[in-house]
Design a protein around this ligand. Structure first.
Ligand code: 13P
Ligand code: SF4
Length: 341
């Protein structure tokens, strides 16, 4: 998307307005970089008030977004819950398209903006609504659980959604011997390892987490006795076996808050470590650098342009939205419970 508006300048007024924000995050953003971010942050925060907008950011967003402009930072479940509850007229989703769709599904009357419409996800791209219908024909009567990393038309076809924070609880809530779990094969395997319910898998994968290997974990541990290794359940099982803790991004944050380890490796997307380091400056984060190219499409300049133009706005056909709302609401009614807590 071309950025038409000239970039705002780093004036003494912008410096004054943004200084308290910078003091909080100075250990993860160099001062020279802040001079570029600060004018955009000041402009976004002003326009956000004028538009009665709320900015929601996934934990994988860059820290200048997560800490500079977001009103809420969280995992997919937290973003869904906040999107459903907000009183704002406009929701700006700093995340990927399935997350913006979630906000629109839960708040159909609101304007939901995704600053870059091309922000996709390899998991969401791995399955279509027709695939779900074929699975239902192949396994008649077996309920379909859908990880929320899927597009609205897929979620409209399934029985219930889940996130990485509540997947086991959702699977067990159905009271059946078997479930179909899609689209993440690795998360499905992780769920299967935690329940007696038989899990029929769809072999989608997250292009960020599937790249981690057991050797990576051993390399992180080398020369760092006592380092606490925490992995996201989208990683392959042989990687999870090497980890000290497995959980959703917010599950990792809660675990760090409870345990306060001295050295931590977060085996997940790169920006997560920066964002958690803002809250826990005393903890040393060894940073694995697997970036999500989709998450990184969202920038401050695009957020500003999106608020100025109120686009790209998410639209979902009413029948699809109604079907997806049913499977999302069924999940939200179950509430938050981590796969690991
Ligand atoms: P959670 O934040 O729900 O753990 O999801 C991770 C992820 O990959 C989202 O794209
Ligand atoms: Fe999708 Fe993986 Fe990126 Fe999350 S990190 S948006 S699951 S590709």
């Amino acid at each position: 998307m071309p950025i038409s508006t000239p970039a705002p300048a780093y004036t003494p007024e912008v410096e004054r307005l943004t200084r308290p924000l910078y003091e909080r995050i100075r250990h993860v953003i160099p001062e020279a970089e802040w001079a570029v971010h600060a004018p955009l942050i000041a402009a976004i925060n002003e326009l956000k008030r004028d538009r009665n907008a709320v900015i929601l950011a996934h934990n994988y967003q860059a820290p200048e977004i997560a800490w500079g402009v977001a009103d809420y930072r969280g995992d997919s479940l937290g973003l869904a819950q906040h999107g459903a509850a907000t009183a704002a007229d406009v929701i700006v989703m700093c995340g990927v398209r399935f997350m913006a769709e979630t906000a629109k599904i839960m708040s159909p009357g609101k304007t939901v903006l995704l600053p870059d419409y091309e922000a996709g996800c390899s998991l969401a791209a791995s399955i279509t609504a027709a695939d779900v219908r074929r699975l239902r024909e192949r396994y008649p009567g077996v309920p379909v659980v859908c990880y929320v990393n899927a597009y609205a038309d897929v979620r409209a076809e399934v029985d219930i959604c889940c996130t990485s924070a509540n997947a086991v609880k959702v699977v067990e809530s159905l009271g059946t011997d078997r479930v179909i779990f899609l689209p993440d094969g690795y998360l499905g395997r992780y769920v299967a390892s935690k329940t007696k319910v038989e899990v029929i898998l769809w072999e989608g994968a997250c292009e960020v987490h599937e790249r981690f290997t057991p050797q990576d974990i051993r390399d992180f541990r080398a020369g760092r006795p006592g380092v606490h290794v925490m992995a996201h359940p989208e990683c392959p099982p042989e990687v999870l076996r090497e980890a000290d803790f497995v959980g959703s991004t917010s599950g990792m944050i809660r675990h760090i808050a409870d345990e306060r380890p001295k050295d931590v490796v977060l085996v997940t997307e790169c920006s997560m470590s920066d964002n958690v380091a803002v809250e826990f400056p005393e903890i040393n984060f060894v940073r694995p650098c697997n970036l999500c190219p989709h998450m990184k499409r969202i920038t401050l300049a695009k957020i500003l342009q999106s608020l100025e133009t109120l686009s790209p706005a998410i639209e979902i056909a009413p029948a699809v939205a109604a079907g997806a709302r049913r499977s999302m609401q069924r999940m939200l009614d179950i509430g938050r419970a981590s796969t690991t807590d």
